[in-house]
Design a protein around this ligand. Structure first.
Ligand code: CO
Length: 134
């Protein structure tokens, strides 16, 4: 069911510093910071030959990643995102197999303006999984 790894998201306390580490120390191509107010994050995209890294900084008062950063003050991996062809079919199969979908179970428009769902980390080896329909 799952396809390519679309991205790995890392929450960071300082976006400029994190972007500099990926650009200057690791030699990757990084984007300019992009505010996504409807998602409560500012993001920098790191383009790799086979996938992307998304560096995330909380934006605004109700950011969904504020608590995560409080618990992980030096930053940490937040989620991995796998591509699926049909997000409704994927969700229905996961639910039938006993997996829990976060929120109301309906896909939302994600950071790339495509439908996404998040799966409960306790059902997936302690890792928050995002599914994105491509
Ligand atoms: Co993501």
């Amino acid at each position: 069911m799952i396809g390519k790894l679309n991205h790995v998201a890392i929450v960071v306390p300082d976006l400029e510093k994190a972007a500099a580490i990926y650009r200057d120390t690791l030699g990757a191509t990084v984007s300019a910071p992009l505010d996504l107010p409807e998602h409560g994050v500012t993001t920098v995209f790191v383009e790799l030959p086979n996938t992307k890294i998304e560096l995330l900084l909380p934006l605004g008062d109700n950011s969904p990643i504020t608590r995560f950063l409080v618990k992980n003050p030096s930053g940490s991996m937040h989620h991995v995102c796998y591509e699926v062809d049909d997000i409704i079919a994927a969700r229905d199969m996961l639910v039938a197999n006993g997996a829990r979908i976060l929120g109301d179970g309906e896909p939302k428009n994600g950071a790339h303006n495509k439908p996404v769902l998040f799966l409960h980390p306790k059902d997936f080896c302690g890792t928050l999984i995002e599914l994105e329909q491509v």
